[in-house]
Design a protein around this ligand. Structure first.
Ligand code: FSO
Ligand code: SF4
Length: 547
């Protein structure tokens, strides 16, 4: 096992015996083999597209496979064994389709990702140890290959949510395949991979735009909303993750049952969508970011539905109340499958909730959010006016992820220390570090504007573009906006690549720079894009404010 895909990689180098996240070595290796096989599938499916014999099921298989290997999504060895076997079967099916179409597939058999095969599970386990990150020897090529692979994993997660709502774009699938096929190509240079990283950013923007369209067309444009963080006296179900369609189905099925529904972590922004306001039993948000789930799930008392990441290995005290769905999985945890019609039957969770006590109240009050692009642009005149009068001097984009590391208290301290004439623009679970601080408002504009989930960082980019236009600027970097972004897993990688593609410079990334960036690649990102890390609140504030 060698994994360094997330911010909590051991010693900021890599996890080698077991993941800090709890991922076991055998699962890490199987994930590597699944990715390896998906590269082979991608290579072949590109050919299939050329001759018009590609099948839609390959698209879905690709995004599900990539998504399942993101940090804290799936820990289940059997899931990966099954998926690898399905991947080999799908790969052979594509080969057969190509042969029938007259393509000389045998020419590609020298590529291991296309030809490897197995007899027993033990073969799979053995091969899985040979195809990991370290199989690329040159550390700069390895670094760039992993950078774009993690970017494409994040892209796949967003494409998956859009797909679930009936939105897809063949250009995005084709690009993912192209990228994964290029990772197999030993003739590519550092410059080639840098160019591919930029292109990944472009498709990252397209994928987030597609998901934005899917979410807003289905559930309406997010609106300002005060979300209750207390509890009621009914049994409840807690929903975590990012999948709005799962939430919708659960809200429908719980209506009138006496069971309340609460959001956790990244599901909080669901409250901002008009379509979910009609459910009186959609009570509020419980708790904080994903990494606090071990304490909060215990106190919640009722069942918990994990629709995507971030799951942490459940404690025995509440493991029987955890349910997974979609590509999420954990051995010994009940999984709710999707029916052929896209429907999910949550009745077991609802019956389970009825047997449980109401949640323990851990806090009271409200948090405000719903500042996605449509809502903010409605307020654009007011915001522009406030900037022109000097009442708002600077915006700080503090989007991204939260995590366990103690050093992340930096973000709370940074938010507290910001001058009162600054506004934080946020998205993703990073917000939990400062969204309950009551930082006040500026002429009625809250000082923390939450656009939504991490993919809604797209909204922040739309807002920045609009402000650039309104202020008549040539370059997005002339705006009074600083970027102090917290990252954790691979969706943050695609958000970062998207921002770089949009021309945003001088992004600061913390609490540590990615372990997968080699010294040379880091140097390149510093020189080309002004990427930087963080130091301490005092020095960073001076640096950002230029004082
Ligand atoms: Fe957070 Fe987890 Fe949304 Fe991530 S819940 S860390 S970037 O999965 O997806 O922000
Ligand atoms: Fe380690 Fe992160 Fe990989 Fe988990 S996902 S094994 S914590 S680097």
């Amino acid at each position: 096992m060698f994994c360094y895909q997330c911010q909590e990689a051991l010693k900021n180098t890599g996890c080698t015996t077991v993941g800090v996240c709890g991922k076991t070595a055998d699962v890490a290796n199987l994930q590597d083999l699944l990715i390896f096989t998906l590269k082979g599938i991608s290579f072949l499916n590109l050919k299939a597209r050329e001759v018009g014999v590609n099948k839609e099921k390959s698209d879905r298989f690709l995004i599900e496979g990539l998504f399942s290997t993101i940090t804290n999504v799936n820990f289940d060895r059997n899931f990966f064994l099954r998926r690898i076997k399905e991947a080999v079967a799908l790969r052979e099916e594509i080969k057969e389709d190509l042969r029938k179409a007259g393509v000389k597939v045998d020419e590609y058999e020298s590529i291991d990702a296309i030809s490897w095969t197995y007899g027993t599970d033990a073969d799979i386990e053995a091969i899985s140890q040979e195809v990991g990150v370290l199989s690329t020897e040159d550390e700069d090529i390895r670094s760039l290959r992993e950078l774009i692979t993690y970017g494409v994993k994040g892209m796949a997660a967003y494409a998956y949510h859009a797909y679930q709502l009936g939105y897809k774009d063949d250009n995005i699938f084709r690009f993912m395949e192209k990228l994964l096929a290029k990772v197999l190509d030993d003739s590519l240079t550092v410059d080639d991979y840098v160019a591919l990283a930029m292109e990944t950013g472009k498709y990252g923007v397209d994928t987030m735009a597609l998901l934005d369209k899917a979410n807003t067309s289905t559930y309406g444009h997010p609106e300002i909303k005060k979300v209750n963080i207390g509890v009621r006296n009914n049994p409840g179900i807690l929903v975590s993750g990012h999948d709005l369609k799962d939430l919708e189905q659960l809200l429908e099925q719980t209506a009138g049952t006496g069971v309340d529904v609460y959001t956790h972590g990244e599901m909080l922004p669901a409250h901002y969508y008009p379509a979910f306001k009609k459910y009186p039993h959609f009570v509020g948000n419980y708790g904080n970011a994903w990494w606090q789930q071990d304490k909060e799930f215990e106190l919640f008392n009722g069942p918990i539905l994990m629709t995507t990441n971030c799951l942490i290995p459940p404690k025995d005290s509440y493991k029987d109340r955890v349910y997974t769905t979609g590509v999420v999985g954990f051995e010994g945890v009940k999984h709710i499958p999707e029916g052929p019609d896209g429907k999910k039957d949550f009745s077991e969770i609802i019956e389970h909730a009825k047997r449980c006590k109401p949640p323990v109240e851990i806090e009271r009050g409200e948090i405000i959010g719903g500042f996605a692009h449509n809502q903010v642009l409605q307020l654009a005149d007011k915001i522009v006016e406030t900037v022109k009068t000097g009442a708002i001097k600077r915006f700080f984009v503090m989007a991204g992820c939260d995590g366990r590391m103690k050093s992340r208290t930096y973000y709370t301290e940074f938010a507290k220390a910001l001058p009162k004439d600054t506004v934080i623009l946020t998205a993703g679970c990073a917000k939990y570090r400062y969204n309950k601080l009551n930082l006040g408002d500026i002429n009625g504009i809250p000082r923390v504007l939450d656009a939504g989930q991490c993919n809604d960082s797209y909204s922040l980019a739309v807002i920045a573009m609009k402000l650039k236009e309104v202020f008549g600027l040539n370059d997005i970097n002339e705006l009074p906006i600083s970027y102090n972004i917290a990252w954790y897993e691979q969706k943050a990688v695609i958000v970062l690549l998207a921002l770089l593609y949009l021309g945003v410079k001088n992004i600061h990334l913390g609490p540590t720079l990615p372990a997968f960036l080699s010294p040379n690649v880091t140097k390149l990102l510093v020189e080309k894009f002004g990427i930087g890390g963080i130091t301490n609140v005092e020095d960073d504030l001076k640096m950002f404010l230029g004082v």
